[in-house]
Design a protein around this ligand. Structure first.
Ligand code: F6P
Length: 319
């Protein structure tokens, strides 16, 4: 193996730059030429590829987003598109690929490996923490810190004005961000797609708490469960006190990565290069009980990571 490339695809996540830095610097130290593919799979199809150097990844570890930029590329579900992408890689003499991204991007990586026979290693990069067989994906920890900071600020206002705040967080079909951020901010309620919600019961509980003297109320809702507007419509008339809605949106995806994400990204970047050099393909670097391991991408993508219900129970127990 002489030339490898790296691509970031799908939604950006803090820590992607630290992973790029690790792949580039470790790859060069291992005697490889390392190339960066711009704008995700769309840039690969456009042959938007440039040589990376030790210096070109200087000062990027602390930056949010991805210096390679990213895109969603729905055409990649088509076999002919993936064949075109493989042809671009072969034409450029690239004999190994590292893909950083979430579920859709890793699916593309699996097909590039299994169907197009391109040696490929994935690194999980998504704030949603919905990739199975890895304890964490890049960006999750930073996102949680951003969300917790925002909820804490809203709690100040909720308390000053004795209001309820319905806060909608991201996560696609997963309730992980809502569960953990709600748990560590002591939210009064957490609504996730993994569990049905009974608004009547919830409204009664919140009302009772108010009657017992609780002056603020934080409800965290995962976007995959319901919109904050729907939740407010169901709760406001039941609880009868002033309610405000905040949708945190894309601030959850940006920002300088935490130490945890920088470390995870650095370890996974090195592990991805090592896996390619060992001749592994169609695998994902994963965090498993503190260790970085590789797992088969088709196993990973068989099912979505399940929400740990114990976390949700714990939140309920302590709120
Ligand atoms: O997968 C990351 C994520 O931020 C999800 O939480 C969210 O549903 C989605 O991406 C938003 O995607 P886009 O930025 O394309 O609107």
């Amino acid at each position: 193996m002489k030339k490898i490339a790296i691509v970031t695809s799908g939604g950006d996540a803090p820590g992607m730059n630290a992973a790029i830095r690790a792949v580039v610097r470790y790859g060069i130290k291992k005697g490889l030429e390392v190339y960066g593919i711009k704008r995700g799979y769309a840039g690969l199809l456009d042959e938007d590829i440039e040589r990376m150097t030790f210096a070109s990844v200087g000062g990027i570890m602390e930056r949010g987003g991805t210096i390679l930029r990213s895109s969603r590329c729905p055409e990649f579900v088509r076999k002919e598109t993936r064949a075109e992408a493989a042809e671009v890689l072969r034409r450029n003499g690239i004999d190994g690929l590292v893909v950083i991204g979430g579920e859709g991007s890793l699916n593309g990586a699996m097909f590039l490996g299994q169907e197009q026979k391109i040696p490929v290693v994935g690194i999980p990069g998504t704030i949603d923490n919905d990739i199975s067989m890895t304890d964490m994906s890049l960006g999750v920890d930073t996102c949680l810190n951003t969300v917790v900071d925002a909820i804490q600020k809203l709690k100040d206002t909720a308390t000053s004005h004795e209001r309820a705040f319905i806060i909608e967080v991201m996560g696609r079909t997963s309730g992980y961000i809502a569960t953990v951020s709600g748990l560590v901010t002591g939210a009064e309620a957490i609504i996730v797609p993994e569990l049905p919600v009974n608004y009547e019961e919830l409204g009664n509980k919140l009302l009772e708490e108010r009657e017992r003297g609780k002056i603020n109320c934080i409800v965290v809702v995962a976007e995959g469960a319901a919109s904050a507007y729907t939740v407010a419509r169901h709760l406001e008339y039941r609880i009868g006190y002033e309610t405000r809605i905040t949708i945190l949106g894309h601030i959850q995806r940006g920002g300088s990565p935490t130490s945890f994400d920088r470390l995870l990204a650095s370890r996974m970047g090195v592990a991805a290069v090592d896996a390619l050099l060992r001749g592994e393909t169609s695998v994902l670097t994963a965090l498993n009980g503190g260790k970085i391991v590789t797992v088969e991408l088709d196993e990973v993508l068989k099912e979505k990571k399940k929400l740990d219900m114990e976390l949700l129970n714990l939140a309920g127990l302590l709120s």
